[in-house]
Structures are given as C-alpha cells and as structure tokens.
Design a protein around this ligand. Sequence first.
Ligand code: NAD
Length: 323
Amino acid sequence: MSSIKKVVVAGGGVLGSQIAFQAAYCGFDVTIWLRSEGSIGRTQPKLDKLKDTYLDAIEAMKTVESPVDPKWCRGIAEFGAFDAEACRAKAETAYSGLKLELDLAKAVSDADLVIESMAEVAAEKMAFFTRLAPLLPEKTLLVTNSSSLLPSSFTKATGRPGKYLALHFANSIWKQNIAEVMSQAETAPASFDAVMDFAQEIRMIPLPVNKEKAGYLLNSLLIPFLLSGLDLVANGVSDPESVDKAWKLGTGAPRGPFEIFDVVGLTTAFNIVEKYQKVPGIIDPLLKKMMLPYNFKAQKALLKKYIDAGKMGRASGEGFYKY
Ligand SMILES: NC(=O)c1ccc[n+]([C@@H]2O[C@H](COP(=O)([O-])OP(=O)(O)OC[C@H]3O[C@@H](n4cnc5c(N)ncnc54)[C@H](O)[C@@H]3O)[C@@H](O)[C@H]2O)c1
C-alpha cells in the first residue's frame, strides 16, 4: 500500500478532471490546481458532467451479467462485489469533496503526490515544473501524464529526480482503467513502487514501463498498427473491410484498425496522421523513437531462447504464456 493520502492534480482539462474525480472516488483527498478563474469556469462543468457519467454508469452496471460487457466499468467496481448504493455514495462524496485551488503554493503545501496533467506543450510544462520545484515538500512524489513528451525532458526542472516519473492514463479512466507507470533514468525504485501501488488504489490496472519508451506500451503497439492499416488502403493495396478481416480472422482480435479508427473518431485519426506527416523531411521524434530502429537481433535472440527451451507457443503448451 502506498502512503499517499493527499493528491494534487495540476490541470483540470479532459484527463485532469477524470484523474481527480477517480482519485476522489477512491477516497483520496484531492485538489485540482488551476491557473486562473477562467480555468475554474471550464473545469467545474467537466466535474459536474463526470458526476452524472459515474451515476449513469453505476445505474447501467446493475443489469450487467458479465465483466466483459462494455457497460461494465472496471474503474468503478469489482465485478462480483458491486454495491450500487455504495458506489453512488462514493461518487457523491467525490464530487462534493473535490477542491479547486488557484494558489499553487497553497495547493501543494502538504501534497503526497502531484499529478501534472496540463496541455501537451513542452515549454508550459517546463515552466510549471520549474515554478513547482521550490514549493514542494521533501516527501512529495511528482508524476506527469504526458502522452508524447518523455519524462526525462523535465527531470532537471523538477529538482527531485528520484521522486519523479510518468503515470499515464487512458481517456475515460472509469472504464479504460489502465495506468502506465514509467520510470526515467533517475527515478528511485521506491517511488516507482509507490506510484504502482497508488494506481491500483485508484482502481487502475498498473502496467510497469521500466525504462523510458515514447508511446509507453499501448501507443507503441497501437500507433504503428493503425498507421500500417491505413497505409495499406491509402496505397490501394486493399480495402478497409478486408484489412479488418485479415487482422481479426488472422489473430482473433475483436477489432481491426478501421473499426478502431471509427471508435477513435476520424478527426482524431486525421490529427494523428497529420502530426506524423506535418514537416516534410523531419521525422517526428515520437515516431522516430517508436519505430526506428527495430532491434531485430535482440528479437531473434529472445525467440530463439524460447524455441530452444521447447516453448513453441500455444500448440506446445507453452510460449510466452502457459496453456
Ligand atoms: N486526452 C487524452 O485522451 C489524454 C490521454 C492520456 C494522457 N493525456 C495527457 O494529459 C495531459 C492533458 O491532456 P488533456 O487532454 O486533459 O488536455 P486539455 O486541453 O483538456 O486540458 C489541459 C489543461 O491544462 C491547463 N493548462 C494549459 N496550460 C497551462 C499552464 N501553462 N498552466 C496551468 N494550466 C495549464 C488547461 O487550462 C486545461 O485545464 C497532456 O499531457 C496529454 O498528453 C491526454
């Protein structure tokens, strides 16, 4: 169990408000730090909506008969131990207990954990960490929820290399409850462990990322997958339905890239593609780090180790997993 009790979330946007609400739902003392009165006007309606979202989800969960039903929200309750009234009470308490604060020094004066979830602008995050550093008590752990900026970009500015790392959430955290916990080179193991524990305490499934990796786990897989699917159709190789069928029927996965594109939304998909293609001649550093170079030698060595041990895959009873 972590010793974290007081949590401060910096930024009350889409993700910041969700993280704050979820942590409060799980009983933590949560303050959202916002930079201006205008930010309060934008964050409060998000919290109002989140409360309704949780209450609606709890109502819908009453009729669910299987944990794989998409209506089941793993961040809200454990399947088999669901008490709708208790969950409703937790959502109401979370909503009324959340604090909004404009004074950064006051917000963090006794914080056990600060979660930075501000807009994805490197210079703004840098300025924030620099301003925050002298205000934090010695004990405070600091994490960033940045999706595309590596935590090491800010280690020096934070002034607490051993107590600083990344804690990356997925959108709609009450349902898509993974939390990728990623160290930078100077993160102390105890800080990593405490953040893994905290993630679990707020009903996330913590996924360890032991060294820095642009895209963490999910996007390291998902983005090349989606872009590869798109490329097949864009180059006239095949059509969306056939590409999706190839993936689903060939692997047993529930959705192909184009069905995922439809879920993600085509505007978001367009923005992702544009991000990677924007500046001709310059490879986006995220894409470069994610896709180049593949270490084929290490990949082959790993596979050979399993094969030599007779672990050929499912058919032989064991591969990377036991069957
Ligand atoms: N949206 C997602 O699906 C998602 C998923 C995982 C992680 N993230 C990450 O979470 C972070 C926030 O993303 P979001 O989608 O919530 O963004 P958002 O635009 O919805 O919210 C950003 C928040 O940061 C605040 N902010 C911006 N500049 C600031 C500054 N200089 N000082 C103080 N506050 C400032 C804004 O007022 C707003 O409250 C980003 O790092 C993003 O990469 C987003």
